[in-house]
Design a protein around this ligand. Structure first.
Ligand code: SAM
Ligand code: SF4
Length: 455
């Protein structure tokens, strides 16, 4: 940064600030990281305070109604900043892709919209807007899946790496194939070199991202399979942990499960969304598996990796969901004993198959089912976390705890958050922590010792 006196005495431009507001899924968080990385070479520095920004970017997803609505309320909130200081305002992500010109005409304060696959044009778009030339709508799909791949920001100890984009599954409730396009996998050599570069910068843990990672490169006989890709990544020296998300239960095969334990750097955590416990509902969701098939895969996984933690996504209030269907969702949860669960109320998404059916479950019933389910899961999660009390777990330290600057926060291999007293010299290190208390959303512990060398 330039000192203020120097700015006054010369013609050096005042540093401009960008504020990014992100809603929705991990994909979006990763896109926001990529946006910051893209802006590194520009005049913009990140700020965490919208009030001091010269450029505000709202990056949101339209998978559910709630994050979509947040865009509109954010635009209302920032209107006065536009009127008072003329800040540039843009919308990125799936909502931009879905609404395109419509959102531009609805909100005259908006300078541009950019779809998830056009983010790499951001600097050109900004140039056009700053030059006062026009309002920009840059949406659509890219054939070249590497075009919008940008190395994530800075030296993170934990980094997301996109291995594929889009989705071919067309589950009847889901907007993703419409706003993120058809499934396209990145060439494996670019993924591997990206991870090698990240590791050189200090990354210890990578999270491979895709809507359906187990179908990686399924149409390309010359490309590695997902399993082969994992095996290659597992060989990268200096990398400590590999995770991936999301696995589709249909493509999560026995062969894959059997190989799981053989990959040392692969963490013992699987996110395997089940969505519903009723076969009638699963069929209407077009998920391509039954609850019996789902359970069989969980049992197999627990045979091969007994300490694997399993998390999932579930929805309540899908059109036509009866009380007995909902009871079967609870039955499945009882049988699996998930370590964590993301639960949602169904909301119709324009253009999807299910949106043609009446959204016939009243809001209060959806809410009641959600609360019952969440209460049930809270009990399971708490019991599982308490069972870890007195265990010594490997924790990769990510930074200061939210609770106190004297505490550090890290993650176990099974993806549990652990808070413990310690200093920031531990950031990026793998340490052993003795778990003292298991809580609903996290664990608390005491540092035992710094791990010698994991790799
Ligand atoms: N690809 C992942 C899979 O196959 O499960 C899920 C990706 S989706 C972006 C994340 C979660 O949002 C889904 O697992 C589902 O539970 C939820 N979701 C998707 N569409 C929804 C809708 N229309 N209403 C409510 N929740 C929805
Ligand atoms: Fe959506 Fe289904 Fe694709 Fe997941 S697998 S992104 S839920 S269409």
């Amino acid at each position: 940064m330039y000192p203020l006196s120097a700015i006054a005495a010369t013609n050096i431009p005042m540093q401009k600030r960008v504020y990014i507001e992100t809603y929705g899924c991990q994909m979006n968080e990763h896109d926001s990281e990529r946006i910051l990385r893209l802006l590194e070479g520009s005049d913009y520095l990140e700020t965490k305070d919208a009030q001091e920004a010269d450029f505000i970017l709202i990056n949101t997803c339209s998978v559910r109604e709630k994050p979509e609505h947040k865009v509109y309320s954010a635009l209302g909130r920032y209107r006065w900043l536009k009127e008072k200081r003329g800040v540039i305002i843009g919308v990125a992500g799936c909502v931009a892709q879905q609404e395109g010109e419509r959102i531009l005409s609805k909100f005259p304060l908006l300078d541009f919209v950019v779809g998830p696959q056009k983010i790499h044009h951001l600097n050109e778009i900004l140039g056009e807007v700053e030059g006062g030339r026009r309002r920009v709508c840059e949406i659509g799909f890219e054939d070249n899946v590497s075009a919008n791949t940008i190395l994530p920001h800075s030296t993170q100890h934990r980094a997301f790496v996109t291995i594929m984009q889009g989705c071919d599954n067309f589950c009847s409730y889901c907007i993703v194939p419409y706003v993120r396009g058809r499934e396209r996998s990145r060439p494996s050599h670019t993924i591997i070199s990206e991870i090698e570069a990240l590791v050189q910068k200090g990354t210890k843990e990578v999270i491979l991202l895709g809507q359906n990672v187990n179908s990686y490169a399924k149409n390309d006989p010359h490309e590695l399979t997902f399993l082969q890709l994992l095996a290659k990544i597992n060989e990268i020296q200096g990398l400590e942990r590999i995770r991936f998300t999301t696995s589709h239960p249909r493509d999560f095969t026995e062969e894959f499960i059997e190989s799981f334990a053989g990959l040392r750097r692969l963490c013992e955590h699987i996110h395997l969304p089940f969505q519903a416990g009723s076969n009638t509902v699963l069929r209407r969701m077009k998920r391509g598996y039954t609850k019996e098939e789902y359970l069989a895969k969980v049992i197999k996984l627990r045979e091969v990796v007994p300490n694997a933690s399993i998390t999932s996504d579930v929805m309540v209030g899908f059109p036509g969901e009866k009380e007995r269907d909902f009871a079967q969702t609870l039955d499945l949860m009882r049988a699996v004993q998930f370590d964590g669960l993301y639960s949602f109320k169904y909301s119709p998404r324009k253009g999807t198959g299910a949106a043609r059916w009446r959204d016939d479950i009243p809001a209060e019933i959806k809410q009641r089912r959600l609360e019952i389910l969440q209460e049930f899961q809270r009990g399971i999660t708490l019991r599982k976390n308490k069972a870890l009390e007195s265990d010594v777990l490997e924790v990769l330290v990510e930074g200061c705890s939210r609770n106190s600057p004297r505490e550090m926060m890290g993650r176990t291999r099974c993806n549990r958050i652990v808070n413990f007293p310690g200093g920031d010299d531990l950031v990026g290190e793998s340490v052993k922590v003795k778990i003292e208390v298991g809580l609903t959303n996290s664990l608390r512990g005491e540092l035992c010792y710094k791990e010698e060398k994991i790799c």
